[in-house]
Ligand binder design. Structure first.
Ligand SMILES: NC(=O)c1ccc[n+]([C@@H]2O[C@H](COP(=O)([O-])OP(=O)(O)OC[C@H]3O[C@@H](n4cnc5c(N)ncnc54)[C@H](OP(=O)(O)O)[C@@H]3O)[C@@H](O)[C@H]2O)c1
Length: 307
C-alpha cells in the first residue's frame, strides 16, 4: 500500500552542497552562515529548502544521500555536516520517540553548539513522550531553540500513502478517532520564520490544521477532490506491519512503525491549537485546499494518464 522509504528515495536528489546566492538577502539567519537542513529531501525539509532558496539565504542540505552525507546512525558523519553552519533545522527519521533517538539528538545538539551552530529548530511530534525527551535535551544544550511540535501531516496522504489513495483503498491501524492534520507548507513557513527571526527563540509551537478529521473524513475529502471513490479500512497493528513488510520495511522496523501510527492516532491529539496563528499571524491551511491542490497537480493520477 505505501512505501515511506520509497517516497524518501523518490524525493532525493537536487543540489546537495552549500548554496549561497549573491543577491542581498531579504531575511537574515542567525549568523548569515548556511542553515543546515537535515532531512532536506523529506516532507518539511524540502519545503524549507525552497523557502531559503527563494529568500536567497545560504543553506546546506543533509541526509544520507546528500553530497555531504549525514546519517543519524553514524556519528562520524556529523562534524562535517555541521561545520561552517550557523543554525540547524533538525528532523529525525523515523521518529524522535524510538529508543536511543532522544539521546542522539542531545549529543547532536551539544556538538552543534560547540561547532558554532547555536540556533536549533526541532521538528517534533505531538503527544509523544520520547519526543518531549528530545526537546528537553535540546534545550539543555544551551542552544537558541525553537520547537515545532506537529500533529500528523496532510502530506502523508500525498507522499507516503499516495499509492493507496491512487488505487482507492487506504488502510491504517487507526479506528474511530479524529486528528487535526497539519500541512507541511505551514510547518515549513514556521521553520523558516524560526530560523530567520529572533522573536521565535525559546518558543514551542504546537501546530495543527484548522479542523479535526477522522480517516473516513480524509478519504471523503480526497474522493470529492478526485471525483472517484477512496475507501478506508481500519486494520490491526500486526496486519499493518505485514503490509509495511510487503512494501520494503524490514521485519524489525515494521512493527514499531505500525505501533507508532496506532499510538499517535489513538485520539490523544484530538484538539486544535493556535500554533500556526501564533507563529505566523495567519490561519493554517485546510485539508480541502491541500486535497484540491494535489489533485490539480496530478498526484493521484493513475498510470497511463487517467485521473
Ligand atoms: N509524517 C508525519 O505526519 C509527522 C508528524 C509529526 C512529526 N513528524 C516527524 O517528522 C520527522 C520526519 O518524518 P517524515 O515521515 O515526515 O519523513 P520525511 O522528512 O518525509 O523523510 C525522511 C527524511 O529523512 C532522511 N533520512 C532518513 N533516514 C535518515 C538517517 N538515518 N539519517 C539522516 N537522514 C535520514 C531522508 O533522506 P535520505 O533517505 O536521503 O537519508 C529524508 O530526507 C520524524 O521525526 C517524525 O516523527 C512526522
Amino acid at each position: 500500500m505505501l512505501s515511506i522509504r520509497a517516497m524518501a528515495r523518490f524525493l532525493s536528489g537536487g543540489y546537495a552542497g552549500d548554496v549561497m546566492r549573491n543577491n542581498i538577502p531579504t531575511h537574515s539567519t542567525a549568523s548569515n552562515k548556511p542553515v543546515l537542513v537535515i532531512g532536506a529531501n523529506g516532507k518539511t525539509g524540502r519545503r524549507l529548502v525552497q523557502r531559503l532558496r527563494d529568500a536567497n539565504l545560504p543553506y546546506r542540505q543533509a541526509s544520507r544521500s546528500t553530497e555531504i552525507p549525514f546519517d543519524w546512525n553514524d556519528r562520524s558523519t556529523w562534524n562535517r555536516a555541521i561545520e561552517g553552519t550557523g543554525s540547524v533545522y533538525i528532523t529525525v527519521y523515523p521518529d524522535l520517540s524510538f529508543p536511543g533517538v532522544a539521546e542522539n539528538v542531545g549529543v547532536f545538539a551539544n556538538l552543534a553548539v560547540t561547532l558554532g551552530a547555536k540556533r536549533l529548530v526541532l521538528l517534533s511530534g505531538r503527544g509523544e513522550e520520547g519526543a518531549q525527551d528530545a526537546e528537553d535535551r535540546l534545550r539543555k544544550s544551551g542552544a537558541d531553540v525553537t520547537i515545532v511540535r506537529c500533529s500528523v501531516f496532510n502530506q502523508n496522504f500525498s507522499e507516503s500513502f499516495a499509492d493507496a489513495i491512487r488505487y482507492g483503498r487506504l488502510s491504517m491501524p487507526v479506528g474511530d478517532i479524529r486528528e487535526p492534520f497539519v500541512d507541511a507548507e505551514d510547518i515549513a513557513d514556521v521553520a523558516f520564520a524560526a530560523l530567520t527571526d529572533d522573536s521565535h527563540i525559546g518558543q514551542a509551537y504546537e501546530l495543527t490544521g484548522p479542523r479535526l478529521l477522522s480517516l473516513p473524513d480524509v478519504v471523503a475529502e480526497l474522493s470529492q477532490a478526485m471525483g472517484r471513490s477512496v475507501q478506508y479500512e481500519a486494520v490491526s497493528v500486526p496486519d499493518y506491519a505485514k503490509e509495511l513488510v510487503d512494501h520494503g520495511f524490514s521485519e524489525e522496523e515494521s512493527l514499531p512503525v505500525a505501533q507508532l501510527l496506532a499510538d499517535v492516532l489513538d485520539g490523544r491529539n484530538a484538539s486544535l491549537t493556535d500554533g500556526v496563528k501564533r507563529a505566523l499571524g495567519r490561519e493554517p491551511r485546510d485539508f480541502a485546499d491541500f486535497a484540491r491542490a494535489e489533485v490539480a497537480a496530478g498526484t493521484f493520477n493513475l498510470p497511463g494518464g487517467a485521473s
